[in-house]
Design a protein around this ligand. Structure first.
Ligand SMILES: [Zn+2]
Ligand SMILES: [Zn+2]
Length: 256
């Protein structure tokens, strides 16, 4: 819902701490791809999820291009900003082609329904986003980096988490299937959702995510997709070493 949550007057929603202002969850991966010793090296950018706040986040990060987008699932808080890829997609199209959107069939169907004026074969809107759906595989290689799909459960729904290098991004998870733990072996930097303390049918609690973090053995764990039940400072004081609430604009080095 974002924090402050509309119409809410709770201590977190009215907090003066900038860390208590939370846009909808998304991450950006930025790396430099060397082109084999030639003069130029290329900055590569992959975004995971484009929620309703994507435009504001892209402005904050001075985003001038996107090489690919990965989607976790088709819920509004993860997909509604797709259309704001348009100006970036015009740049991509000029430089070689549409922006690939790596998506499970279910999320692809949702995107195609919401943005039918972009995806329908009958679409005639000339300024539609230059994007192209790419079916998500177990391994997805983007400019030399392997994005591994990590199957997760979000309530009844099967959704995608991602492993890349020594890091993983697992949002909107309520259960991790046993087989997925082997895909997470060796993860040192874990970004995982932790909605609140009170149980929720389709999101893990802080306690559950802490347990998974311990099992995975991450050196560093960042909680994301945090509701207004969790104040930044107060919650962080109670978390064990190596585990913290993430905040908007946080930058974390990872090894790809
Ligand atoms: Zn969701
Ligand atoms: Zn969500």
């Amino acid at each position: 819902m974002g924090v402050p949550t509309l119409a809410c007057q709770c201590a977190v929603c009215t907090s003066a701490d900038p860390h208590d202002r939370r846009l909808r969850p998304s991450i950006l991966l930025r790396w430099t791809e060397s082109d084999g010793g030639a003069v130029r090296s290329n900055e590569r950018i992959v975004v995971i999820d484009t929620g309703p706040d994507f435009r504001e986040q892209a402005l904050r990060e001075h985003l001038t291009h996107v090489d690919a987008v990965f989607y976790t699932h088709g819920h509004a808080d993860h997909v509604l900003g797709m259309d704001d890829l348009r100006p970036l997609s015009f740049i991509a199209a000029k430089q070689g082609g549409p922006i690939p959107l790596y998506t499970d069939p279910e999320a692809a169907a949702t995107l195609e329904r919401i943005f039918s004026y972009t995806f329908s074969p009958q679409a005639t809107y000339v300024n539609r986003a230059r994007v192209q759906m790419v079916p998500l595989s177990a391994h997805n290689r983007v400019h030399g980096v392997d994005f591994v799909r990590v199957p997760l459960l979000h309530g009844e729904q099967s959704i995608a988490g991602y492993r890349f290098g020594n890091a993983a991004y697992l949002t909107d998870v309520s259960a991790i299937p046993e087989e997925s733990f082997s895909l997470l072996a060796g993860v040192e930097v874990l970004v995982i959702s932790a909605l609140r303390h009170m149980p929720h049918p389709s999101h893990s609690t802080v306690e559950q995510s802490l347990e998974w973090s311990r099992r995975i053995g991450a050196r560093q764990t960042w909680f994301t997709h945090i509701s207004h039940d969790l104040g930044h400072e107060e919650t962080n004081r109670a978390l064990p070493a190596g585990v913290r609430l993430a905040h908007d604009g946080l930058t974390v080095p990872v090894t790809l």
